[in-house]
Design a protein around this ligand. Sequence first.
Ligand SMILES: [Zn+2]
Ligand SMILES: [Zn+2]
Length: 213
Amino acid sequence: MKAELHLHTSRYSACAVHSPEEMLVGLVARGYEAVFLTEHDAVWSRKDTARLQEHFPQVRIFGGLEKTLYHDDREGFQHLLILGTHSADYIFMDDAEAILQRAADEGLTTILAHPFRHEGSSHILDEGLYPDALEYRSCNHTAGQAEKSRAAAEKLGLQLVNAGDTHGLRMLGRFWTDTDEDFDSPTELRDMLLAGRYQRREAQRPAARLVEE
Ligand SMILES: [Zn+2]
Ligand SMILES: [Zn+2]
């Protein structure tokens, strides 16, 4: 199943340039079969997600969140994806360990986004707190940063996934994850990821200009 695990829309992410409807049209055109809406510190309600799903039956649409985790000193931050949630509780939680535990209890995949993009963006790994997976390539994670991800994932025994970190239409179709089988729920996705039953995909074409988050 061709899946976008990391996508922003202008509805909830100020840095995204296209609306949910525009992004869904783009996903359908590029043959995506599943998408997680991972806005910055905002979640989609089940009702609004279902309404969007009605208009785009070709793609399975799931909720999600890109949670900003601050360091104790508040001087740095990191981004954690929680795939499939509709709960605003996560937005107000500060304790990374509690967040990871709750997501695991709920069967939701956690992915540390662009872990080597900037200083401190993989701080939780240093603290011994591990998500299910690390992002490898995305539109906001270079090949060099991805290699650091690979090394960390190998050392820690974590999965390594590709995602778009898509903030606009031109960022679609560059990096994605293909699951070996279809999934109907966030938990089925998690089971498949943890079992390594997926492929990292990357389009063979020149990189587009990157959009800042
Ligand atoms: Zn991010
Ligand atoms: Zn993002």
